[in-house]
Design a protein around this ligand. Structure first.
Ligand SMILES: Cc1cc2nc3c(=O)[nH]c(=O)nc-3n(C[C@H](O)[C@H](O)[C@H](O)COP(=O)(O)OP(=O)(O)OC[C@H]3O[C@@H](n4cnc5c(N)ncnc54)[C@H](O)[C@@H]3O)c2cc1C
Length: 409
């Protein structure tokens, strides 16, 4: 059936395109991507890459136990590896080097020390550099006194040209005879009791009123539409919380006092102060900086829109200057952006088949790490759909865990 009736994918961001390409690779002959009403977040996201998880290991272990923290950490590592491999094989500008956490408070140092111990016990790479060890490390010279320690989480950090990645993914999908695009928005899914699903699509820019709606049969559907999944599948709506975030890209180097400083190499991804500040060194000598959500109302949660706010850009720049006193900020050359990200209520991505309707699969809620987790989720859903199982996808990420939440129709 998979080869006669199409698999429909709602959303043409990194998750949807990855799902389509992996489905085609595993032999599905008919895949329809419904592009959606807006530019994908994947295309405008700034491009910090991180393995493991954005939050420190202790945060995940406290909420979900150590064993599962290890599982989800490894999920993040595999996502990083698969995405960066695809990007390199397709000539996407990308650099990978290190993932670092800059520790700015004694409380955070206590937590990071425990996190490193737990990571190592779980067989994962991490070390804490403080006092003499930090002073002897190549990272120390560029850092201001604000930074008490550095947690070094290995080589899975980096930066990717997201626009180019999106273009390359789309070109690969367009070149694949199994994949077709429909310029429209999935409006409704029905036919749950039928052998095939009915997918109603509102076509974008349709010439005539009568042609605006099109209903097609689908063997299954992958909803890869970020926050909008809640509009399509109401039982997920209350689980998906929006969060406004912003970033800027400006000139480097981070350490102008030493051209040989490792901070001046591309592909270093760091976060500071419990992820309230983050950044990455880009390939072209520029640096990417983000964060400052704490300055927004409700820390940006449940925002309905996200705009660049000058006070947040200033905060990001000022905090970065404190961490890197040799950085000569050139705010004239700043490129800024903002967007809405998706945080599930239990802070775990939502990836897998819908409870009660296994023909509908979803992938969303990547909390600032969607460039890798979205790509990998596309792979996992394609495998699940084709083979009926995917051992790489932890069952705890499936939406079934959210079934007791109230519907928000
Ligand atoms: C400001 C900001 C900075 C970020 N920075 C980073 C970062 O540095 N690194 C990182 O890894 N991640 C980052 N993220 C997160 C990352 O961008 C997202 O997790 C990821 O892009 C989500 O990809 P996606 O394909 O799932 O969704 P999207 O890329 O948003 O694509 C979803 C698509 O679905 C379409 N759609 C919506 N409704 C429908 C419908 N009914 N039918 C059909 N299509 C529909 C939309 O038009 C859209 O094109 C950031 C997010 C934000 C907001």
């Amino acid at each position: 059936m998979l080869n006669e009736i199409p698999v429909v994918i709602a959303g043409s961001g990194i998750t949807g395109l990855s799902a389509a390409l992996h489905l085609a690779e595993s032999g599905v002959l008919k895949i329809l991507i419904v592009t959606g009403p807006s530019i994908p977040t994947s295309m405008t996201a700034p491009g910090m890459l991180s393995g493991g998880q954005r939050d420190n290991f202790t945060r995940i272990a406290a909420a979900h136990q150590v064993d599962f923290a290890k599982t989800i950490w490894q999920f993040g590592d595999r996502a990083f590896d698969l995405t960066t491999r695809w990007a390199r094989n397709h000539g996407v500008p990308i650099s990978t080097c290190r993932r670092l956490r800059l520790i700015a408070t004694p409380e955070e140092l206590t937590e990071a020390t425990i996190a490193v111990r737990e990571l190592n016990k779980a067989g994962l790479t991490s070390q804490i550099l403080c006092d003499k060890q930090l002073a002897a490390s190549p990272w120390a010279r560029a850092l201001g006194p604000r930074i008490l320690a550095v947690q070094e989480d290995g080589e899975r950090g980096g930066w990717i040209d997201t626009h180019n990645m999106h273009v390359k993914l789309r070109m690969a999908a367009q070149a694949n005879p199994a994949i077709q695009f429909i310029d429209g928005t999935v409006e409704n899914i029905s036919g749950y009791a039928d052998p095939e699903l009915n997918i109603t699509i509102r076509l974008n820019d349709s010439q005539s009123e009568t042609k605006k709606l099109q209903t097609i049969k689908a063997s299954s559907m992958i909803a890869a539409c970020h926050l909008a999944i809640g509009d399509l599948i109401p039982s997920l709506k209350s689980a998906l919380v929006s969060s406004a975030d912003q970033w800027l890209s400006t000139s480097g180097p981070l350490d102008s006092s030493d051209p040989q400083s490792p901070w001046n190499s591309p592909g270093i991804a760091w976060s500071a102060f419990h992820n309230h500040e983050w950044g990455a060194t880009q390939l072209d000598g520029k640096i990417l900086l983000g964060g400052g959500r704490i300055l927004r109302k409700w820390a940006g949660f449940e925002a309905t829109e996200s705009k660049v706010e000058a006070k947040i850009s200033n905060y990001i720049v000022e905090q970065t200057k404190k961490s890197f006193p040799h950085w000569r900020a050139d705010c004239e050359s700043m490129l800024e952006g903002a967007g809405l990200d998706c945080h599930p209520c239990d802070e775990l991505p939502v990836v897998g088949p819908m409870y009660g309707e296994g023909r509908i699969l979803v992938a969303t809620g990547f909390m600032g790490q969607g460039l890798t987790l979205g790509f990998y989720s596309g792979f996992c859903l394609a495998k699940l759909l084709m083979t009926g199982r995917c051992d790489e996808l932890p069952r705890r990420l499936w939406p079934e865990r959210l079934r007791s939440l109230p519907d928000q129709e």
